[in-house]
Design a binder for this molecule. Structure first.
Ligand SMILES: *[C@@H]1O[C@H](CO)[C@@H](O)[C@H](O)[C@H]1NC(C)=O
Ligand SMILES: *[C@@H]1O[C@H](CO)[C@@H](O)[C@H](O)[C@H]1NC(C)=O
Ligand SMILES: *[C@@H]1O[C@H](CO)[C@@H](O)[C@H](O)[C@H]1NC(C)=O
Ligand SMILES: *[C@@H]1O[C@H](CO)[C@@H](O)[C@H](O)[C@H]1NC(C)=O
Ligand SMILES: *[C@@H]1O[C@H](CO)[C@@H](O)[C@H](O)[C@H]1NC(C)=O
Ligand SMILES: *[C@@H]1O[C@H](CO)[C@@H](O)[C@H](O)[C@H]1NC(C)=O
Ligand SMILES: *[C@@H]1O[C@H](CO)[C@@H](O)[C@H](O)[C@H]1NC(C)=O
Ligand SMILES: *[C@@H]1O[C@H](CO)[C@@H](O)[C@H](O)[C@H]1NC(C)=O
Ligand SMILES: *[C@@H]1O[C@H](CO)[C@@H](O)[C@H](O)[C@H]1NC(C)=O
Ligand SMILES: *[C@@H]1O[C@H](CO)[C@@H](O)[C@H](O)[C@H]1NC(C)=O
Length: 796
């Protein structure tokens, strides 16, 4: 039975990112409408990719020439110009506009950017934008995009002690002194995760605004600002979405005793960097999503404020994924941030398991995929024939009768609304005191529970369909429920179909650790490659992103006890994985700072995270992909593997990327089109040198081998940050069909910060496996103390 693949509504509806959820708070019910609505954009500027060459096509600013929309306009300052202040800059930006106000009286200019890009956001018609093209200094205009936060609306707790162990490293300083800029849905200020207990004094010179409610900032949350279509006066609170609260809690939540969700996963909660500061930039809104002009304004302000890390758990959704850098305004802004030493940390996206579904792919953006942990909140389904299936639910009532009840599958006829137990779909079906089988999809899982409960059902078996594989979630359901894998769902369905009087019961096993395989790649984690980035391997790493327990604004579950400040919830998504990495970066930075060491460049920090990630799971086996029955995750799915904080804080060697190399890389990507490169450099760069993606000194390696005779030599430079005297030997795992030769097989260092350059030559073994095939291998430099691994991706 494969109804999932035929109906378009089924296909779309089943992606959890499109869910809506309802949460209850005291008497009132909050429509918890998704951050996740698909938006149709009028048009995009485009560049056609033909055989690896970029052919600019006529700019297309929109079909309806009179339709006013928001554009991000990139402009280049004339060399003679010498702007004195913000006002001059704004006036110069305004000089590109036909006039300053629309007919409605609204101002055209939304934002005049100072740092993120050289340009501005304004309300214009496509015709007016075309008129601007001829103006001196105009580079490019992109229609503003709507991005979305990357949660699947599921959940999980990170068991820090076992998963990361970073705090056991002496002097990790818990991220002290580092400021994480969280660009998200705002923050729930009163939550104890954001209390300033034990926080050091604010950084000297810190001067970020803290908008209304003004008193809300404290010694932990030291900035809070909002950006919505030019309006900066809306309080950056997070009562209606929760996503930003959850993400901030994972990155930098303070210690909170007795954290739990409906009694499950009890313990002390804390973010990865519990002593890091948080500066909030609310750029994601319930009604308009995370919109480009606001995101750029948030990044612009964060750069001016002087944050150290940009935590960004949002991205575009198919079919609007970026397919070139020049139309990706966020990549332009993060390039500016990176130039200032600010670390951009982004979510891979929740568009897996399909290939080529990444929301971010620039080499300077850390791109994070999501894995499971070894913890489950067990809810076991027992069928009338005695077969058991271990699923999950955070709601674990103790009062449930232990009796078998009739099992009913309203969707057995294939009707899509009944398959997913949508509102009103159970009308006319007798589900009273029965256990109801519902597929994941169309609406939030907890909402399906409401539908079943309102129809008189006693319990719900929530079933994954094929592509969701083994990824289940422990949600705060509103009735006894168990979320089971696709494999289990098939067996339960078979039992239902072959029994005249099928019965089942659901029993609860509480919080279980030690589940295997773990970590495993979540089905939803977006996968590479990105065709437009010159074979740079993305995602970079994975981190826990399934059923993550973190701070939440409102009480959850079937009987919410009213507004509480100390509530937690489980959520899943690459949104939840990303702040783990942001937090680890804070740990690395604070350690360097407190040890009075050189602060590594952003590319060096990326290098530390990538070269020390684990490709094996807790059993020492290759990381498993939950989307498929028995496949291990490959390099385009899990990148370098699971981030390992302990290792990342002591990487031994670092690969650094110089600004000139980024510029040469962009010249290569844009075929020496200097004008396009200027969008990034914000100055009058002329392409005099270009390099291909494989020549960038990136810690992972991606090369194209088009034919049986292909041969490529690339070089890499490492910097010694381990012991002054340390000797590394090469260990190579050759990809199939490929031979690898190094210019040297031993690196002998005699001092700290010493750099050694080596080259790697790739040849084919005489056979080509056919174009489109991918290969993977590894190059590790191994000393007695460190293993520095570059994952290798071959695009055949
Ligand atoms: C601004 O320009 C638009 C289009 O050119 C025009 O419709 C509008 O009336 C102008 N507004 C003002 C205040 O002049
Ligand atoms: C980190 O990696 C080291 C070796 O590479 C391994 O022994 C350790 O278990 C890893 N830590 C975690 C939390 O996976
Ligand atoms: C702090 O920012 C405000 C505006 O937000 C500005 O007026 C003030 O001059 C700034 N102070 C310092 C010391 O930079
Ligand atoms: C900004 O938003 C607030 C709250 O929605 C509203 O009251 C105010 O009028 C808006 N300001 C502007 C300039 O649009
Ligand atoms: C972490 O995991 C271990 C077992 O792996 C468990 O004993 C411990 O209770 C867990 N800690 C928390 C805080 O959940
Ligand atoms: C489902 O129906 C209930 C009432 O019958 C309503 O409150 C709820 O908003 C509906 N949900 C959706 C997604 O339509
Ligand atoms: C999956 O692989 C394991 C070995 O890793 C094997 O024992 C098992 O039979 C395989 N299962 C399927 C369904 O192929
Ligand atoms: C860019 O120009 C340089 C010479 O200036 C040339 O060697 C290189 O091949 C060009 N790169 C591309 C991608 O066209
Ligand atoms: C332009 O900016 C880049 C940094 O992005 C810098 O390396 C380069 O020197 C600058 N070029 C000019 C012409 O100012
Ligand atoms: C080349 O490598 C492939 C895959 O590793 C292998 O099957 C094949 O036999 C090799 N061919 C030669 C000529 O060594």
């Amino acid at each position: 039975m494969n109804h999932c693949k035929t109906s378009p509504s089924w296909l779309f509806g089943l992606f959890p990112q499109f869910f809506q959820a309802t949460i209850q708070m005291g008497e009132s019910k909050f429509g918890f409408a998704s951050f996740l609505v698909l938006l149709f954009f009028l048009s995009f500027n485009s560049v056609l990719m033909v055989h690896g060459q970029l052919l600019p096509i006529v700019s297309d600013y929109g079909e309806n020439t009179n339709q006013i929309q928001t554009y991000i306009v990139h402009v280049l300052k004339p060399e003679s110009s010498n702007f004195l202040g913000a006002e001059d800059l704004e006036n110069w930006h305004k000089s590109f506009l036909p006039n300053t106000t629309l007919d409605t009286g609204e101002p055209r200019l939304l934002y005049s950017y100072k740092e993120a890009i050289s340009g501005f956001a304004a309300r214009l018609t496509p015709e007016e934008v075309r008129g601007m093209e001829k103006m001196d200094g105009f580079l490019r205009a992109n229609p503003s995009k709507r991005l979305e936060v990357e949660t699947t609306y599921t959940h999980d707790l990170l068991n820090l002690s076992t998963l990361f162990g970073a705090w056991s490293t002496s002097n990790s300083f818990f991220g002290e002194g580092i400021i994480i800029g969280v660009l998200d849905t705002g923050i729930h200020f009163p939550h104890p995760s954001f209390a300033d207990t034990g926080m050091p004094p604010r950084p000297r010179g810190w001067n970020a605004s803290c908008y209304l409610p003004r008193r809300s900032c404290n010694g932990k949350v030291i900035g809070a600002q909002s950006f919505k279509l030019g309006n900066t006066t809306i309080p950056p609170t997070d009562i209606d979405q929760g996503h930003g609260t959850h993400v901030a809690g994972t990155a930098a939540g303070n210690f909170v005793d007795n954290a739990e969700v409906l009694g499950q996963a009890p313990g002390k909660a804390a973010g990865m960097a519990p002593k890091a500061f948080i500066s909030v930039y609310k750029v994601c809104w319930k009604d308009i999503g995370c919109e480009s002009s606001g995101i750029l304004a948030g990044i612009d302000k964060a750069i001016q404020d002087g944050v150290h890390i940009l935590q960004m758990s949002f991205g575009a959704r198919p079919p609007y994924l970026p397919n070139s850098f020049d139309e990706d305004d966020v990549a332009v802004a993060t390039y500016s941030a990176m130039q200032k030493g600010i670390f951009p940390c982004t979510a891979a996206g929740n568009n897996g398991p399909d290939l080529e579904t990444l929301g971010h792919a620039a080499p300077w953006d850390m791109v994070v995929g999501a894995t499971t942990t070894d913890r489950r909140i067990r809810a076991t389904v027992t069928l009338g024939d005695g077969k058991q299936f271990h699923g999950e639910s955070a709601y674990q009532p103790t009062t449930v009768t232990n009796k078998f009840l009739p099992l009913v599958f309203p969707g057995s006829n294939g009707r899509s609304d009944q398959l997913s137990c949508k509102n009103n779909s159970l009308n006319g079906i007798n589900v009273r005191n029965k256990i109801v089988m519902c597929y994941v999809g169309d609406i939030a899982n907890t909402e399906k529970g409401d539908v079943v409960r309102n129809a008189g059902g006693a319990g719900m078996i929530l079933m994954n369909f094929d592509i969701l594989g083994f990824t289940t979630s422990s949600e705060p359901h509103h009735l006894p429920a168990s979320h089971v894998s696709d494999k289990d769902a098939i067996e339960i369905r078979d039992y239902f179909a072959t029994n005249a009087t099928p019965t089942a019961k659901i029993t609860f096993g509480g919080t279980i650790f030690g589940v295997r395989p773990a970590p495993a790649l979540a089905y939803f984690s977006s996968r590479g490659p990105a065709r437009y980035n010159g074979n740079i391997v993305k995602p970079d790493v994975t981190a826990p992103g399934v059923n993550i327990l973190s701070a939440w604004p409102v009480e959850v579950g079937p009987f919410p006890s009213g507004l509480k400040t100390k509530t937690f919830n489980f959520l899943s998504g690459t949104s939840m994985a990303t702040p783990h990495v942001s937090g680890i970066v804070a740990l690395i930075m604070s350690k360097l700072k407190n040890d009075n060491k050189r602060i590594w460049s952003t590319s060096e920090i990326q290098s530390a995270l990538i070269t020390t990630a684990n490709t094996f799971d807790l059993d020492g086996k290759p990381i498993f992909d939950e989307a498929t029955l028995n496949n291990t995750a490959n390099i385009l799915q899990r990148g370098a593997g699971q981030v390992n904080a302990t290792n990342a804080m002591d990487p031994g060697l670092l690969y650094n990327i110089e600004t000139d190399d980024y510029v040469a890389y962009l010249c290569g990507i844009f075929s020496n089109n200097s004008q396009t490169v200027q969008i990034f450099t914000k100055n009058n760069t002329q392409c005099t040198r270009s390099i291909s993606g494989d020549q960038l000194n990136y810690p992972s390696i991606g090369v194209q081998m088009r034919s049986r005779l292909a041969r490529t030599t690339i070089s890499r430079t490492v910097t010694n940050v381990g012991d002054a005297r340390e000797i590394y030997n090469a260990k190579i795992i050759e990809p199939p069909f490929v031979k690898i030769y190094l210019s040297q097989y031993r690196l002998s260092f005699t001092r700290l910060e010493q750099q050694i350059t080596y080259s790697i030559t790739f040849t084919m073994n005489g056979t080509h496996p056919g174009s489109g095939v991918i290969g993977q291998g590894e190059l590790s430099w191994v000393s007695s103390k460190h293993t520095v691994t570059s994952p290798i991706y071959i695009a055949f």
